[in-house]
Design a protein around this ligand. Structure first.
Ligand code: SF4
Length: 176
């Protein structure tokens, strides 16, 4: 099987071992390679690096403001990255994401988490934990059928098998 024949999956780059996190580290997830055969190929995305936030960088968090949810610098909440992250996600949605058959996102990330993310109020208190990262949110809105999972779900054999099955079905439909 050549690389171009393989089913393409998007992955948050830090899970692939890229040192792109705010602290200059990665979050390599060996389970990706144990769980998937060479039927698949990964394409990494790091929205925060892509929009020029740099490595290392101050961390951000999602804050419920009057105008909606904003991706704010944790130290200086006047610095916001919401628009840049949204623009980047829309740009990727129009290009690379359409070629994917699934996405493995990094949990707990204000950019990448596909769900269960902490949302803060303007005083830094947790409002709820049902948020979605800015990048993941745009991708899921534009591709509501795209199978998505985070690394914790992927580490669970039942959830992983279901995800892989959904990916294969999505891929087959994309060929029709
Ligand atoms: S979670 Fe997403 S934005 Fe954060 S370092 Fe990983 S790939 Fe980049």
């Amino acid at each position: 099987m050549t690389v171009s024949d393989r089913i393409k999956l998007g992955v948050s780059s830090c899970l692939l071992g890229d040192k792109v996190r705010y602290d200059g580290k990665h979050k390599y997830f060996a389970g990706l390679y144990q769980g998937l055969s060479d039927e698949f190929v990964f394409q990494g995305f790091c929205p925060e690096v892509a929009v020029g936030m740099g490595v290392p960088r101050p961390p951000i968090q999602l804050v419920q403001c009057q105008q909606g949810i904003e991706a704010c610098d944790v130290v200086d909440s006047n610095i916001m990255w919401t628009q840049q992250l949204t623009d980047y996600a829309q740009q990727e949605a129009a290009t690379h994401i359409a070629k994917l058959s699934g996405f493995i996102f990094k949990k707990n990330s204000p950019s990448c988490a596909p769900g269960a993310l902490k949302i803060f109020d303007t005083r830094g208190r947790i409002l709820h934990q049902n948020g979605v990262g800015i990048f993941a949110n745009v991708i899921q809105q534009q591709f509501p059928q795209l199978p998505v999972i985070d690394e914790t779900g992927f580490a669970n054999a039942i959830q992983r098998d279901r995800f892989v099955q959904d990916v294969r079905v999505y891929y087959k439909k994309s060929l029709m």
